[in-house]
Design a binder for this molecule. Sequence first.
Ligand SMILES: Cc1cc2nc3c(=O)[nH]c(=O)nc-3n(C[C@H](O)[C@H](O)[C@H](O)COP(=O)(O)OP(=O)(O)OC[C@H]3O[C@@H](n4cnc5c(N)ncnc54)[C@H](O)[C@@H]3O)c2cc1C
Length: 287
Amino acid sequence: MKIIDILRQDRPTLSFEVFPPKTSDSYESVAQATQEIAALRPDFMSVTYGAGGGTSSYTIGIAAGISQKYGVDTLAHLSCVSSTREHVHKMLAEMKAQGIQNVLALRGDIPVGGAPAHDYQYAAQLVRDIKASGDFCVGGACYPEGHPEAPTKNADIDHLKEKMEAGCEFFTTQMFFDNNILYNFLYRIREKGITVPVVAGIMPVTNGKQIARICKLSGTYLPEKFKAIVDRFGDNPAAMRQAGIAYATNQIIDLIANGVDHIHIYSMNKPEIAAGIQASLSEVLKP
Ligand SMILES: Cc1cc2nc3c(=O)[nH]c(=O)nc-3n(C[C@H](O)[C@H](O)[C@H](O)COP(=O)(O)OP(=O)(O)OC[C@H]3O[C@@H](n4cnc5c(N)ncnc54)[C@H](O)[C@@H]3O)c2cc1C
């Protein structure tokens, strides 16, 4: 099924993200985690491409496997900045052959050292190529706090609109820990005429030190109440996991209460986190 058709249904949706293994040695453990997350019957699952050290060559196989073996709709990520057009077209042909209908079109991070782009500079170019290559539903990334490279939030929103005009049918957000940032972003993008559904990306934090580092790099705002949780429980993995699930759950309840119905969990290949969140939302997610 196309993700846009899932998002058009008049009800809250919950989806989970997984990432491919870094090496073939860890393939089995990722496959196991994927199976357990699929067993939760989310509305869809996304599979990252080359992010977080995962190997991009596994993305299509894992995404196709999830829908073929477990009957869960999938969204395969695809990035372009380090790729040639020829490689992108090869990946799209493989997706088509495997029955993948949904692609999250990403630029990807500029490699350290600033290696020059090959055929693509921005995700919008990839979006156009994908739309011209077949009947794919295409989504893109968006940044409630602004993309770190954008000179202003306005400029970033203008470029987001270009992605919509290129063919993006929905956007998934970068993680954020203060819902007011998302509400402000939604107000601003709607005012600029960005009309497509926005799926809120929620990161349940289970490793306090790691998240502090990631947020420093990406410029993600950490509210004081979140910092207090990390300060208090950061060295106690079980307590941090419980507090991280509770924080994410509270965020999601507030989002759904305020009409943000589509929630994507950065579940980091951890079925227990995905299951914990889903269990806490069983009534909240009902139409
Ligand atoms: C939900 C989500 C999933 C992700 N999954 C992955 C993944 O699987 N693999 C991976 O490698 N990375 C992934 N990323 C990270 C992403 O690749 C990086 O954040 C990357 O730096 C930007 O990608 P983008 O697609 O948003 O780029 P773009 O939309 O191209 O934007 C990148 C920057 O360029 C600017 N820009 C866009 N168009 C123009 C223009 N015409 N002129 C001037 N400036 C312009 C934008 O304002 C922005 O600052 C993901 C990010 C998110 C939020």
